[in-house]
Design a protein around this ligand. Structure first.
Ligand code: SF4
Ligand code: SF4
Ligand code: SF4
Length: 191
């Protein structure tokens, strides 16, 4: 039987700390479950259905959107030419803004060892446009994908993005397993 790709909120937050090193955690497990959804369900995006249409950036009731790009490091090829990071025809493979696909500079590119580079999303800068996801699923491994950040989402009864999503990618998930990540066994170990 396939492994359940859903993660608990605690696992998700722990992963964000491990991968991005930018989130300070406080409180216990109970504090990590959104009050608006205790005992219930939350909206989330099924990354296998999402086509990165860019509506997540413009249709959320919040600005910037509660939808963010998440990077599944266990699937990433650590490519020098990452089409999540670079425009389709970059003038050169450097980090100049003119070469980057992300409109807000939310993706940090770091050299690891020849020829590998790591790509880390700064959630605070991400507006959920999905441009990086489009590039990654079109030309790469599809390791970048969209998720609703439950740190930010206000848990509308009817998600405004779900109403316009052309891929019917929005689903209700249990509040204690509120993220659907593209998991590979190696991702569970983290980096
Ligand atoms: S391209 Fe869009 S979705 Fe991807 S990191 Fe930048 S702002 Fe977020
Ligand atoms: S439930 Fe509301 S706040 Fe959350 S992603 Fe949907 S529209 Fe945005
Ligand atoms: S509206 Fe649907 S298809 Fe478009 S980016 Fe959001 S989840 Fe993906």
């Amino acid at each position: 039987m396939d492994e359940d790709p859903r993660m608990t909120r605690r696992e998700f937050l722990a992963r964000k700390v491990r991968c991005a090193g930018m989130l300070a955690l406080g409180g216990g497990v109970g504090a990590l479950v959104p009050k608006a959804a205790k005992g219930g369900t939350l909206w989330q995006i099924d990354p296998e259905k999402c086509i990165a249409c860019e509506k997540c950036a413009t249709s959320c009731v919040l600005a910037p959107s509660a939808v963010k790009c998440i990077h599944a490091y266990g699937m990433c090829g650590y490519c020098e030419l990452c089409f999540g990071f670079f425009e389709a025809q970059p003038s050169s493979l450097d980090e100049g803004a003119e070469n980057q696909r992300c409109p807000t500079g939310a993706i940090k590119r770091t050299f690891i060892e020849d020829p590998y580079y790591e790509y880390i999303i700064d959630e605070k800068l991400c507006i959920g446009c999905g441009r990086c996801v489009k590039g990654c699923i079109t030309f790469g491994n599809g390791s970048m994908h969209m998720q609703i950040s439950h740190d930010v989402c206000v848990h509308c009864n009817q998600c405004a993005i779900a109403l316009v999503c052309p891929a019917q990618a929005f689903v209700r998930v249990s509040a204690d397993q509120s993220y659907i990540l593209k998991n590979q066994p190696s991702e569970q170990g983290g980096r």
